[in-house]
Design a protein around this ligand. Structure first.
Ligand code: PGA
Length: 251
């Protein structure tokens, strides 16, 4: 199982319909075949349209930013895994710290979402990471270890092969304060170690672990050169085609 190098964009709640279409088109026209696998994590309204825009390009895929944990039914305002699949989505970002913080998502709930996404043949991008006070107390490994165990350790090895992990220290998200390459490497190595103990070397070695938190064109290369950092989950810098393309060619 080969580990993929990935530049994933998380547009969050940005880009109206026309802006999203234009951004996707600009990324498609600037992407080089040698670039990493690019994943566009867009708001729901863009998914179907952008799946058409990217359909002939093998190294661009589409992600949703959330998904409901039930199959279907009376959940007004929610979107199911089957709906995402029907729009050409291949990945789903789950457990982002903003979902945890503003929508009260727990790792137990995120585990349910991971299950339904996998059931429908989609790949979760599972986000974990500690807040500043946890890091300052020296408890970041403990906390992230708990997150990973609760959300992922019930999976089979075959299921785990479908999961992408994103380590996103909350203190680095949208703050301009990036983790140092050493801090990122330390945590990625720790996470891969947990996966190795639970799922074995083949699965752990093949799992892409992305770093997220103020990834920019000028810090991407150094972060991605760390042995256990397999790419980035990029927020702010994914909204500008030039910046995002520069990050996608920083491997
Ligand atoms: P940022 O966001 O790149 O704007 O820090 C990253 C994320 O939240 O995934």
């Amino acid at each position: 199982m080969e580990r993929k190098l990935i530049a994933a964009g998380n547009w969050k709640m940005n880009m109206d319909y026309d802006q999203g279409r234009d951004l996707a088109k600009a990324i498609v026209s600037g992407l080089q075949p040698s670039d990493a696998l690019v994943i566009l994590g867009t708001p729901y309204i863009h998914l179907k349209n952008i799946s058409g825009i990217i359909k002939d390009i093998s190294n661009i895929k589409l992600a949703a930013q959330n998904c409901h944990q039930e199959e279907s039914g009376a959940y007004t305002g929610e979107i199911s895994a089957a709906m995402l699949k029907s729009c050409g989505v291949e990945y789903v970002i789950l457990g982002h710290s903003e979902r945890r913080e503003y929508f009260g998502e727990s790792d137990e709930l995120i585990a349910q979402k991971i299950d339904i996404v996998l059931k429908h043949g989609l790949q979760p991008i599972y986000c974990c990471g500690e807040k500043l006070e946890v890091r300052e107390a020296g408890k970041h490994e403990e906390l992230v270890g708990e997150q990973v165990k609760t959300a992922l350790f019930h999976l089979t090895r075959e299921q785990m092969k479908q999961v992408v992990v994103a380590y996103e220290p909350v203190w680095a998200i949208g703050t301009g304060k990036t983790a140092t390459p050493q801090q990122a490497q330390e945590m990625h190595r720790f996470i891969r170690g947990l996966l190795r103990k639970k799922f074995g070397q083949e699965v752990a070695g093949g799992t892409s672990i992305l770093y997220g938190g103020s990834v920019k064109p000028d810090n991407a290369k150094e972060l991605f050169s760390q042995p256990d950092v397999d790419g980035g989950l990029v927020g702010g810098a994914s909204l500008k085609a030039g910046d995002f393309l520069a990050i996608a060619s920083s491997f």
